[in-house]
Design a protein around this ligand. Structure first.
Ligand code: PEP
Ligand code: MG
Length: 568
């Protein structure tokens, strides 16, 4: 059994699909049967061609024409009769094993291309390397993992999953376990929006299993079992079914209000990463979108998305929510979120560096494109725009100013822009929380980003499982920052949401309710459970509970306080 962090609830029992590059070691064997080796080579070559065809077909629509053309170059290279003839001739003449012959011929071809004084041929050398790596792996029966090729129900096991990895997961990916990451790392967030179970920060998981092993992923407790016995599999099948039924039972709350027993109403909204996720929010009874992380639009692209592409995406989300509030966060890139087509400066601490609003205010060309697209889309629903990582009032003013300029330009061009767009900010840097009353004079709303607020308050990298014990949103220090934020906003008649993971955490909801939070935005799959909790609580009692929590000394005391109150 391995222990990790339960990042997206659920239970999966399936075969392991290991996302790890194989080590291809070629040995020379002599005195081989040439006919058998040639047959082996033919089969491996056929598999190589069909692998590339499949990868290309699955990538179509996701990659640009230029990137797809790379697959054609690979196919042409792999089906070159001269290449196959050379390998077979070597097998026949020297009675060597097929993988050795393939390796020698490949290396000669690569050396020849590399020695040419011409970029075109040097690129062909890279193609030969790629294709022959796959061919040799196929000859040795090794798997080159590719998430788009997963064709039986599997649990993906990896060191980490990048956003582009998660974009490739298909219906056979029943869950994943990664060696690194925490509850708020992006792989975890993606798992929740895909509604598949995930355990992250599970050190040793790659070493503990082999491709094809059976694995139980208990993403409720954060436990992973490799090659369990029959009894255990049965036990977990029962647990998985119970979990499914529990989720089913919550569906009666889909169209219910989120209101306490004494009539205090709040809003439960969903966090999304792509327009596709709107469906999950609607199906889970979301009363709005409290956070649209637009960076995925940029990360899943091969170049900066155009104004038109962005406009289409924002419009789709606004229309999909049918007039309900949609909070779109402007580009929050940097930290652990990189772009393949943009060079970030080398920094010692990227999470403290050139990211989010800092980058957007420096590169206003990028920022303006996004703001124009948003302003244009605003007429299709109820749009709220928020700026990430605001640390100072001047940053907020400048961001707002750029938006106003773009809005004015559009109106001058005769383009319609809604006049009820709200402009708010994320409170995820302690400096902003402390000065919330001043920020609230200028912002229409706040959304508290506890994932980063905890990271920056505790000085604990959210990607590091070593310091994940410091992810303590219920620590009284954090509760006091949250209270300052809410009070600062309410004093100015502004509303406050929370879109960090804390908002959907069952132990945190009662305290946040008591602190006066107006909107809770979470993974779609957490909404109904949160509604059940809200509907069962008394607001006055939660205010008292929150006041007591603010006086606690440790997170453990807060947790005990909440649990003893709820079990009364
Ligand atoms: C946060 O920091 O809490 C947040 C919601 O933003 P992200 O997780 O995308 O950094
Ligand atoms: Mg954040």
């Amino acid at each position: 059994m391995l222990k990790g962090i339960a990042a997206s609830a659920g239970i999966a029992i399936a075969k392991v699909y290991k996302l790890e590059q194989p080590v291809v070691t070629i040995e020379k064997k002599e005195g081989m049967n040439a006919a058998e080796e040639c047959a082996k080579f033919d089969a491996a070559l056929a598999k190589t061609l069909s692998d590339i065809e499949t990868i290309k077909a699955r990538a179509a629509g996701k990659l640009s024409e230029e990137e797809l053309a790379v697959f054609d170059a690979h196919l042409m290279m792999a089906s070159d009769p001269e290449f196959a003839a050379q390998i077979k001739a070597m097998i026949e003449n020297e009675s060597v094993n097929a993988e050795y012959a393939a390796d020698v011929v490949a290396n000669n071809t690569i050396a020849m291309f590399e020695s040419m004084d011409n970029d075109y041929f040097r690129e062909r050398a890279a193609d030969v390397k790629d294709v022959t790596f796959r061919l040799k792996a196929n000859l040795l029966g090794l798997l080159i993992p590719d998430l788009s090729l997963v064709d039986e129900d599997s649990v993906i096991v990896a060191h980490d999953l990048t956003p582009s990895d998660t974009a490739q997961l298909n219906e056979h990916a029943k869950g994943f376990a990664t060696a690194i990451g925490g509850r708020t790392s992006h792989s975890a967030i993606m798992a929740r929006s895909l509604e598949i179970p995930a355990v992250v920060g599970c050190a040793g998981v790659l070493e503990a299993c082999n491709h094809g092993d059976t694995i139980i992923l208990d993403a409720i407790s954060g436990e992973v079992f490799v090659n369990p016995d029959e009894t255990m599999i049965k036990e977990y099948e029962v647990k998985a079914e119970a979990y499914r039924q529990e989720r089913e039972a919550l569906k009666v709350l889909k169209n219910a209000k989120s209101v306490t027993t004494d009539g205090h109403e709040v809003e439960l909204a969903g966090n999304i990463g792509t327009p596709k996720d709107v469906e999950g929010v609607v199906n889970n009874g979301g009363e709005g979108v409290g956070l649209y992380r637009t960076e995925f639009l940029y990360m899943n692209s091969q170049e900066f998305p155009t104004e038109e592409e962005q406009f289409e995406a924002y419009k789709e989300v606004l229309e999909g929510m049918n007039g309900k509030k949609v909070v779109v966060r402007t580009l929050d890139i940097g930290g652990d979120k990189k772009l393949p087509y943009f060079t970030f400066p080398e920094e010692m601490n990227p999470f403290l560096g050139y990211r989010a609003i800092r980058l957007c205010l420096d590169r206003k060309d990028i920022f303006r494109t996004q703001l124009r697209a948003l302003a244009r889309a605003s007429v299709y629903g109820k749009l709220c725009i928020m700026f990430p990582m605001i640390a100072t009032i001047n940053e907020f003013r400048e961001a707002k100013q750029v938006f106003m300029e773009e809005k004015a330009k559009l109106i001058a061009e005769g383009v319609e822009v809604a006049d009820n767009i709200e402009l708010g900010m994320m409170v995820e840097i302690p400096a902003a929380a402390v000065l919330a009353d001043k920020f609230a004079e200028e912002a229409d709303f706040f959304s508290i980003g506890t994932n980063d607020l905890v990271q920056y308050s505790m000085a604990a990298d959210r990607m590091s499982e070593k310091v994940s014990y410091l992810y303590q949103p219920l620590n009284p220090s954090l509760l006091r920052l949250i209270k300052m934020t809410i009070d600062g906003a309410h004093k100015n008649g502004k509303w406050v949401g929370m879109c960090g993971e804390m908002a959907g955490d069952p132990t945190s909801v009662p305290v946040l309710l008591g602190l006066g939070l107006d909107e809770f935005s979470m993974s779609a799959t957490s909404i109904l459970q949160a509604r059940k909790i809200v509907n069962s609580l008394n607001h006055k009692e939660m205010e008292e509970l929150a006041n007591k929590a603010l006086e606690c000394s440790t997170m453990q005391e807060v947790v005990e306080l909440v649990e003893s109150n709820l079990n009364k």
